[in-house]
Design a protein around this ligand. Structure first.
Ligand SMILES: [Zn+2]
Length: 85
């Protein structure tokens, strides 16, 4: 299950994030998933190394958290399997 988007996020704001793979700092806007469906989940590609990343907003720190997409997906799948019993 994806987390609900927390209060306090801004559609028009670009959030900084650091690539989980190469550490390159860049900016991203909340994705279509975020403002279309209200879910705190998105994705993007690192401009530096091209890694496909899962992104979610940390509204406290006003940053995006990045994670390698495949890693994130494996964790999500594992979490879902645990709760689908
Ligand atoms: Zn990168």
């Amino acid at each position: 299950m994806s987390k609900k988007l927390p209060d306090g996020y801004e559609v028009q704001t670009s959030y900084p994030f650091t690539c989980a793979t190469c550490g390159h700092e860049q900016m991203a806007r909340p994705s279509i998933m975020m403002h279309g469906f209200g879910l705190n989940t998105g994705h993007g590609k690192c401009m530096e190394c091209g890694t496909f990343l899962h992104l979610e907003i940390d509204t406290e720190k006003q940053v995006m958290l990045s994670q390698d997409w495949d890693e994130w997906l494996a964790e999500e799948t594992a979490a879902n399997e645990e709760t689908t019993e």
